[in-house]
Design a protein around this ligand. Structure first.
Ligand code: PEP
Ligand code: MG
Length: 538
């Protein structure tokens, strides 16, 4: 057994086997293990296996997400048979005498660069399909498991993980995440929290291929990982896991009870989600609504823009599942660490200060329009509100409201049913705090994104794990800003909530309530614990 200490950022005990996530290019030997004919035969066998995997994935995706989404998988099956791609691999194996995996990764790179340089946005988006396909083939050739095909509880071990990579994984089997780098405030960490999956970051676990498939226990509370655990650790962890289950069960009685302090101050206790897959957990933990639907996650992990029909289907499902409870959809907050090739965003020196959040929607009205149409169409099926992220100026809010009004008029003219949709904004820049009074006159509510507000107030990149000790959401400057936001909302007769991670921080629950916040939105798994804490308060 070896023990590896890190930082636990999502609690819970997980038992599983290691899935070592290696990026496409690592550990690919150029020198062939056999003759060119043998390498070519290896390639053909890998191709047949990839085809089988993709066929299965097609059926699973079609059943879970619909035929349209599944067509993306079919595109990859077609590429597998592409004559030019196959010729390129064969050519390299035969004339350059390289190994099959090396030939596949080189051909994959050439083809994906070719697609990425095309003018047509549809063809450009195919670059991601080629990369994914060549990764699948190299995984098979090197005997590595592909992250779409886990069986049994799996602990994903990686150097680092982007939100896009996380979303593409087969989450039904993910037991825990163990990341060597990682920052507590990154979106990957937030995704793990939303999914309620134990997560340890900043560990010294070795990324040695030998650990792939080995048994591991992860303690997301203490930040420890045990590789090939001995009997004593196994028993102790099984006991802790059981105790955690009992603690969770003891909270079950709080379902259906109001979230109010003993003196009667009520708080709307909402949950944060990333997509339809989180709704079950929201309902199980009895959240009173969805306070933050990070809608950009529907744009990640895919190779082309979602259509209006696809987005509408997602929003409608969430709205219907929540019944009359409010669902606040944040319009897409892409950029910074949330990037996909098909958005074709420039490389920026300072992406957190770059084209992100509402700036993308203002810059690219077609993307915004598609999303707003889908949201308004879904409004007829539940209680939907919209909020706009990364606001800094009044004109942005007025612009967004005008866009929303135009969409309303358009849909009404088309005879489509829509309901009233409250319009709010996220307060996550110091600029928005300082003009909160003016902003409050234009919107129905505020929701503070303390993750970004901390980043921008303290001038600390939330992605940089080396700065974790300086990233302090309790900093007096951040708390002073929160008070300004709560006061501005109250003075203008609108409500204010918090949907950043600070909303679930027990150290400040009383402070936030005293400041006058009306709503707290937290990861689904934290809802009942929060309700208990608030009900225990005077
Ligand atoms: C925030 O910034 O606090 C927030 C809730 O948004 P995100 O974490 O998605 O940037
Ligand atoms: Mg934010």
């Amino acid at each position: 057994m070896t023990t590896h200490q890190g930082k636990g950022i999502c609690p819970g005990i997980a038992f599983g086997t290691v899935y070592l996530l290696q990026k496409a290019d690592t550990a690919i030997q150029q020198t062939p293990g056999g003759t060119p004919d043998q390498e070519w035969t290896r390639f053909l066998a890998a191709k047949a296996k990839a085809d089988g995997q993709l066929k299965q994935l097609f059926e699973k995706t079609a059943a879970e997400l619909g035929e349209e989404q599944a067509m993306i998988i079919d595109v990859q099956r077609l590429m597998l048979e592409d004559g030019d791609f196959n010729d390129a691999v064969q050519q390299m194996i035969q004339t350059e005498q390289v190994s099959a995996p090396y030939a596949v990764s080189q051909a994959g790179k050439q083809f994906s660069d070719f697609f990425a340089a095309l003018d047509d946005p549809y063809m450009r988006a195919r670059a991601t399909d080629v990369s994914d396909l060549s990764q699948r083939l190299t995984d098979i050739l090197l005997g590595r498991r592909h992250s779409h095909a886990f069986t049994g509880p799996t602990v994903v071990v990686a150097e680092d993980l982007t939100p896009s990579e996380t979303l593409q994984m087969d989450r039904a089997h993910i037991a825990a995440f163990v990341i060597r780098l990682g920052s507590s405030n990154s979106h990957t960490a937030i995704l793990a929290q939303t999914m309620g999956i134990p997560c340890v970051i900043q560990t010294d676990i070795p990324l040695d291929p030998a650990i792939d498939g080995r048994e591991i226990i992860v303690d997301g509370t203490g930040g420890l990982c045990y590789l090939e655990p001995d009997q004593i650790v196994r028993e102790k962890m099984a006991q802790w896991r059981q105790e955690a289950r009992l603690r969770q069960e003891s909270l079950d009685g709080l379902r259906g009870l109001p979230t109010a302090t003993k003196s009667g101050q009520t708080v709307r206790l909402f949950a944060n989600i990333g997509g339809t897959q989180d709704i079950q957990s929201v309902l199980e933990h009895d959240a009173e609504g969805v306070g933050l639907f990070r809608s950009e996650f529907s744009y990640l992990g895919r190779s082309d823009y979602p259509t209006e029909a696809e987005l509408f289907a997602v929003y409608r499902r969430v709205a219907e599942a929540m019944g009359g409870r409010q669902v606040i959809i944040r319009t897409l907050d892409m950029g910074a660490d949330k990037k996909v090739d098909y958005f074709d965003l420039d490389q920026e020196e300072n992406p957190a200060l770059g084209l992100r959040g509402i700036r993308i929607c203002i810059d690219r009205p077609e993307i915004f329009r598609t999303q707003l149409r889908a949201i308004y169409r879904a409004s007829a099926f539940g209680n939907i509100a919209i909020m706009f992220p990364m606001i800094t100026s009044l004109w942005e809010v007025i612009h967004c409201k005008e866009q929303a009004a135009a969409i309303r008029r358009e849909l009404t003219a088309e005879g489509l049913p829509i309901r009233d949709v409250a319009l709010g904004i996220m307060i996550e820049t110091p600029a928005a705090v300082m003009v909160a009074d003016a902003l409050a006159k234009e919107v129905d509510f505020f929701s503070v994104g303390t993750n970004d507000l901390t980043q921008y107030t303290l001038a600390i990149d939330r992605q940089n794990h080396k700065l974790d000790r300086f990233y302090d959401p309790h900093h007096p400057a951040v708390l002073a800003m929160l008070q300004i936001v709560a006061d501005s909302a109250r003075d203008n007769g609108i409500w204010a909530g918090i949907c950043g991670e600070l909303a679930a921080d027990p150290a400040v629950t009383a402070t936030l309530l005293n400041m006058g916040f009306d709503e707290l939105s937290v990861a689904p798994a934290s809802v009942l614990e929060m309700r208990k804490r608030i009900r225990d308060m005077d």
